[in-house]
Design a protein around this ligand. Structure first.
Ligand SMILES: C[S@@+](CC[C@H](N)C(=O)[O-])C[C@H]1O[C@@H](n2cnc3c(N)ncnc32)[C@H](O)[C@@H]1O
Ligand SMILES: [Zn+2]
Length: 371
């Protein structure tokens, strides 16, 4: 295979030559590499530089870039796996080329994860992580990281696939990125708790083409029960912008208090916080130690996550403006007005028009129309 040298973060490695005009996706290359996932990898490198686990497993290594960066930029011992022997050869060559140590394994992910336990386990599959989640929950001692690129099933755009893979009921709404993230997290939580273990989200976010979870695993039935208590349902009115959330493992009937329509349940999904705020502060402090490109790619995300409310849905403020009839002021003005009125309000990290607030719809409408 023809190789080309690239640098990401502070790590230089080689990948198969990719024709930038090729109509085929990176997954058709002899060994996969997607430069658009640099920000996903940056996030993990930054987090790991704070968490400093004993060992990190890159379960689906491909070129090995993720594990290479963790080994080189965080100085954490790594195991890099891929079931494809061509990928394993490239990983070995890339470790040697970068002067880094690391164990390389060539196994099916579920076999490796079922046989060995690792302090931090990272799943970065093609598409859905669902086929690997059970084994990953058993293998991860303290940390579990998960990427999903099957955003359409998770967000409700491919409803049947979402139900099949995640045993949940998504719905395609304007806050689909939030729903996708919380359905994925809810699914991992439901998988983890059956082993009498719980989890806490450390740093979870949605991006245009993927969802990324960084989770801490917790020991014991009490931790599992606390995790179950954070599962619930969103109830969405199909006729007006009203929605509400409620904890629980089974959905209930809800009638829209505004228009009387039967509300649609979405879930089970994760309710509550998606990040550990103290950890985000530590990551922000650590950011200048990494590369400039990492700082550029992650700085804004961390700033928004630090103030983002943990509501499980948002309002698209353009839609609300259309609903009340009128042209809205800037979103920051609306947020400031809501806060002045005594409510909590913030942006969301995945959309410039997303408004998160605990204010009722009437108060939001007033903030949008106030002069
Ligand atoms: C999306 S790529 C990984 C990308 C890589 N982590 C990165 O950041 O560039 C998925 C990789 O998983 C490997 N893979 C697919 N199914 C697997 C399985 N069941 N066990 C182990 N590896 C698998 C593929 O060979 C491919 O290299
Ligand atoms: Zn309604």
């Amino acid at each position: 295979m023809d190789l080309i040298e690239v640098t990401e973060g502070r790590t230089t490695f080689r990948i198969p030559v990719q024709d930038p005009n090729s109509p085929f996706p990176p997954s058709s290359a002899p060994v996969f590499f997607n430069p658009k996932m640099a920000m996903n990898r940056d996030a993990t490198v930054l987090l790991l530089s704070v968490l400093n686990p004993e060992e990190y497993l890159d379960t689906m290594g491909a070129s090995g870039v993720r594990g290479l960066r963790v080994a080189g930029e965080c100085r954490i011992p790594v195991v890099i796996n891929d079931r494809d022997p061509a990928a394993a050869d490239l990983i070995r060559a890339n470790l040697a080329g970068a002067g880094l140590e690391g164990r390389v394994t060539v196994e099916d992910a579920n076999v490796l994860l079922s046989r060995e336990r690792f302090d931090a386990v990272d799943l970065d599959p093609f598409g859905s992580p669902a086929p690997f989640t059970d084994a990953a929950c058993r293998s991860a001692k303290r940390y579990l990281f998960v990427t999903a690129t099957d955003t359409a099933p998770l967000c409700g755009a491919h409803l049947k696939a979402g139900i099949r893979r995640y045993a949940t009921k998504p719905l395609n709404t304007e806050y689909h990125a939030e729903v996708g993230l919380r359905i994925l997290l809810g699914y991992v939580a439901r998988t983890m708790v059956k082993y009498d273990r719980g989890l806490s989200p450390l740093f979870c976010f949605a991006s245009a083409h993927f969802l990324r979870l960084h989770l801490q695993a917790e020991k014991g039935a009490d931790a599992a029960d606390r995790t179950v208590a954070r599962l619930g349902f969103l109830y969405h009115c199909p006729s007006c912008p009203e929605r509400t959330e409620e904890p629980g493992v089974l959905p209930h009937d809800h009638v829209c208090p505004r228009c009387g329509t039967t509300m649609l349940p979405i879930g089970p999904l994760w309710l509550g916080s998606l990040s550990d705020m103290a950890l985000l502060d530590q990551m922000k402090e650590r950011l200048p130690d990494l590369s400039l490109s990492t700082e550029r790619r992650l700085g804004k995300l961390l700033d928004v996550l630090k103030v983002e409310l943990p509501t499980s849905s948002h309002y698209d403020y353009h839609r609300i403006a259309k609903w009340i009839g009128g042209s809205p002021p800037a979103i920051d003005v609306v947020i400031a007005r809501l806060i002045q009125t005594g409510y909590r309000a913030s942006r969301a990290h995945y959309s410039g028009t997303a408004l998160k607030t605990d204010a009722p719809l009437d108060a939001i409408a007033a903030a949008l129309s106030a002069q």
